[in-house]
Design a protein. Structure first.
Lengths: 371, 462
């Protein structure tokens, strides 16, 4: 769990906020805070994961440092989230290793690429690795179908399982009822908040990111990134169906559904990822949290590498570099999947759970007021 | 920064920014001289949260209507008539387009904050509060090319007869001069000037907290009065509320105020009650407690409650002092345990049984005490017992510059001082001579800031 000192510090800050409440209209954190008079560990974890790090409250606050109350909610909440991702993802030794360790994530990617490349070179031979890949089924000449699909399934199962376990542990730790997780209204509202990035809207003008001036840049770039990931997921699913039901094997034609959706998705990821990286470079560091920043960089870079190698493979598949690119691409994907549940991506699970809980609480509060 | 501007504005809060916005849009070059450093810019506006304005129908998050007559009647009630009716009515009428104007300058609205439903018809709330408004305005004046100089305190204003004025200010340890076609004084009141407070209040002044900015030292206003400007309002009076005595001396803002008073009793440091804690609803009474505490020995008081009432008020910033018995609680507050216990038991003995209802002027009252508690009186008998130390927190001072409807600063004989205008707390006492109406400071500051900016630009460009 987050250290008692950290919990205590967030509790101190929230007590100031709860006596002020000017930021009530910005996001879900403050209305949820106002339902409480004191803040224990589970409240702090819940509220921290509701925070989208939009920073509007930081710039609107008359009590930020150097004021003696030293309020910095975005930074403190990010610190708790970093701890949340670490504490709730299993196994804890891996979680601790990966956390905030961009170098290790990079090393994993490198080792993973070398393993894939090395095995292909040793087992399939150099003429496969250094040959062009245009005709149907040629991808599986480099890596046989089973060798490609088995590790992919295992790794997908791995990160899904780690995150699912984390989500359940998180849900339990906040003392929420098990049944609340399947409350349809709250689930729908949370989904809208999550996919609409509701709390980066800042009353319509956007959030205070990267600097104090309102901007919608982060929201749109995040949409691009998520859209890209979803498109690539779609592309992979369609390709799998082609393989299983129609017997058509990769690589597919340029104007096929898997290639077009995959390419557009890849470009969206590159645009969104580079844009988000740029915003991080120029952001106001005062409300930022450096540990979270390390997670951000590690995840974004890995995602960018995945897309970049995928796009390179697509455009260079007619050249002698294609075999190498395929192995590199798959190596990176393997590393991405391995590190996924320990880094920034984990926010999907914990933020979602907190949003559902928020809407459950609000619904209950409304019933109480009405009744 | 240039050596001459059409309009030089002393101050950097709401009124100053409104003046800068209007002056720049009228085509004038403008300079803001803000005494505070950038991170503390905005004067007392950074601690505000809403603006009261007249409206004919629902607008933004405001419900219903708020007419000129109702608005003025509210003002008459809080000031007890200490207002200039012509200026007040002009301000109220001019407030009608404030909602749209404020939004047009980048401010966003939110519904009334939780616990402020009584203001949902009269007051529009800034999304994020006053500092968000101040930030939006600074962004806007930057776009308009207004220069801003921080940590620059105006120390003198020399207005010539028709000639450009000279504004002297202290910045980076030296006194500098800038020429001005017209000057707007929007530098707030003088409540943060502890020396001046001491002139009127003696040692007691050291025990007051200043709820807002530490930079409202009143120097531009004082210099103009020295040069013959007409002063309005008593230098002894200020608006104040009860705040937690453990808060900072300056800039505690909204969070140090306590809403505990109606839910228990309040004793001074001699362990004695001194006012009816349940006289009326708290929003109507909170402003009198600053003055009441200022009259007590040592300018302190203690709000005492029991466990029954622990959750009846807005959460407090500082936790209450807790004890299992009244004498123990008194000792923790360094009060005489016997005197406090005596006060509490006399109070408890006088409490009449009734039906407690915090949402109404209920029938829970005392009988037979020289200082009664008229409502919400319940025996203080359930441990743990709680105490909050209180002191006087000054919101703003009333003494200010006399102005006319064009925001021109007047001299003693009632003539305007050429090229010198005032807005905000530097002139609010003309309209709000006593008491306070929530969100009305921002109304006066916005209306007069805009007028001063337009008039100053007109004067300078003529």
């Amino acid at each position: 769990m987050p250290s008692p000192d950290l919990i205590h510090e967030v509790e101190r800050q929230l007590t100031v906020c709860n006596a002020c409440r000017y930021c009530e209209g910005y996001c879900a954190v403050f209305p949820a805070m106002e339902l409480r008079r004191t803040f224990d560990e589970e409240d702090v974890i819940h509220l921290a994961n509701l925070c989208f790090d939009c920073r509007a409250c930081y710039n609107a606050c008359p009590y930020t440092p150097p004021h003696e109350y030293a309020i910095n909610i975005p930074q403190a909440m990010a610190e708790v989230r970093v701890e949340t991702y670490r504490e709730f993802s299993t196994p804890s030794f891996l979680s601790r290793l990966f956390q905030g360790n961009t170098a290790l994530v990079g090393l994993t990617a490198l080792v993973s690429v070398l393993i894939v490349f090395g095995s292909v070179l040793a087992l399939q031979g150099g003429d496969v690795v250094f040959g062009e890949l245009t005709e149907e089924g040629s991808f599986y000449r480099v890596i046989p179908y089973t060798a490609m699909i088995l590790p992919a399934l295992l790794l997908s199962g791995w990160w899904l399982a780690v995150l699912a376990i984390g989500g359940v542990r998180f849900w339990r730790s906040t003392n929420a009822r098990a049944g609340d997780m399947i409350d349809a209204t709250s689930f729908w509202r949370a989904t809208k908040d999550a996919f609409g990035l509701e709390y980066l809207k800042g009353g319509g003008d956007g959030c205070d990111y990267p600097g104090p001036a309102k901007s919608n840049a982060r929201r749109w770039l995040h949409h691009a990134l998520v859209g890209g990931v979803l498109l690539d997921l779609f592309s992979t699913t369609v390709a799998a169906m082609y393989h299983h039901f129609f017997g058509e094997d990769a690589p597919y034609e340029y104007l096929s559904i898997p290639v077009v959706s995959g390419a557009v998705g890849g470009v969206l990821i590159v645009v969104g990822g580079l844009g988000l990286l740029w915003l991080k470079r120029v952001q106001d560091l005062d409300p930022a949290n450096r540990r979270m920043l390390a997670l951000d960089y590690a995840f974004l870079l890995l995602l960018l590498l995945t897309s970049a190698t995928g796009l390179a493979l697509l455009s260079l598949r007619g050249t002698v570099t294609a075999g190498t690119l395929l192995t590199v691409h798959l190596g990176i994907v393997a590393a991405l999947y391995l590190a996924l549940p320990y880094g920034k991506f984990a926010h999907v699970v914990y933020r979602y759970a907190s949003l559902i809980r928020y809407h459950v609480e609000m619904e209950r509060e409304a019933e109480k007021t009405a009744g | 920064m240039k050596s001459a501007y059409d309009v030089v504005i002393a101050g950097g809060g709401n009124a100053a920014l409104c003046a800068a916005l209007e002056a720049a849009r009228a085509g004038a070059t403008a300079l803001i001289l803000e005494a505070a450093p950038a991170y503390l810019r905005g004067g007392n506006s950074r601690h505000t949260r809403n603006c009261r304005y007249m409206h004919d129908g629902p607008e933004f998050n405001l419900v219903g209507t708020y007419t000129e007559d109702e608005f003025f009647a509210d003002l008459l009630q809080v000031t007890g008539g200490e207002t200039n009716e012509a200026l007040a009515r002009m301000t109220i009428r001019a407030s009608k387009d404030l909602g749209r104007w404020i939004e047009g300058n980048g401010v966003r609205w939110q519904g009334p904050l939780k616990g402020t439903l009584q203001l949902s018809r009269t007051n529009a709330f800034f999304l994020g509060g006053g500092k968000a408004l101040v930030n939006a305005y600074y962004e806007e004046i930057e776009r308009l090319g207004v220069d801003v100089c921080y940590e620059a305190e105006v120390c003198d204003i020399l207005a010539g007869d028709g000639a450009p004025a000279s504004v002297a200010f202290e910045a980076e340890g030296t006194t500098q001069i800038v020429q001005a076609g017209a000057v707007v004084v929007a530098s707030g009141g003088f409540e943060a000037n502890l020396e001046w407070l001491a002139q009127n209040w003696g040692d007691a002044a050291q025990n007051f907290a200043i709820r807002g900015t530490a930079y409202n030292r009143g120097r531009p206003m004082a210099k103009l009065i020295e040069h013959g400007a007409r002063a309005i309002g008593s230098p002894h009076e200020f608006h104040s509320v009860a705040v937690d005595a453990r808060g900072p001396q300056f800039d505690g803002g909204i969070v140090t105020r306590l809403d505990t008073v109606p839910f228990g009793i309040v004793v001074n440091n001699e362990g004695v009650r001194f006012s009816d804690e349940g006289a009326d609803f708290w929003p109507k009474r909170y402003a009198s407690w600053g003055g009441l505490i200022a009259q007590q020995p040592g300018q302190v008081a203690f709000s005492l409650l029991d466990a029954k009432m622990a959750n009846e008020f807005m959460p407090s910033l500082y936790p209450p002092v807790e004890a299992q018995s009244i004498p123990e609680l008194a000792r923790a507050m360094e009060l005489d345990p016997e005197l406090v216990a005596e006060t509490v038991s006399r109070f408890n003995a006088s409490v009449q049984d009734g039906t407690y209802d915090p949402t109404a002027l209920d029938d829970c009252r005392t009988e037979g005490l020289e200082i009664p508690k008229s409502h919400w009186a319940r025996r203080i008998d359930t441990p743990p017992f709680l105490a909050y130390p209180l002191r006087t927190g000054i919101t703003f001072s009333y003494r200010c510059l006399g102005v006319d409807e064009r925001a021109r600063v007047l001299v003693a004989n009632g003539e305007p001082l050429p090229g010198v205008f005032a807005a905000g707390e530097a002139m609010a006492g003309n309209i709000l001579g006593r008491g306070y109406l929530a969100g009305f400071g921002m109304t006066i500051g916005s209306v007069f800031g805009r007028i001063a900016g337009r008039e100053a630009a007109k004067h300078a460009l003529a």
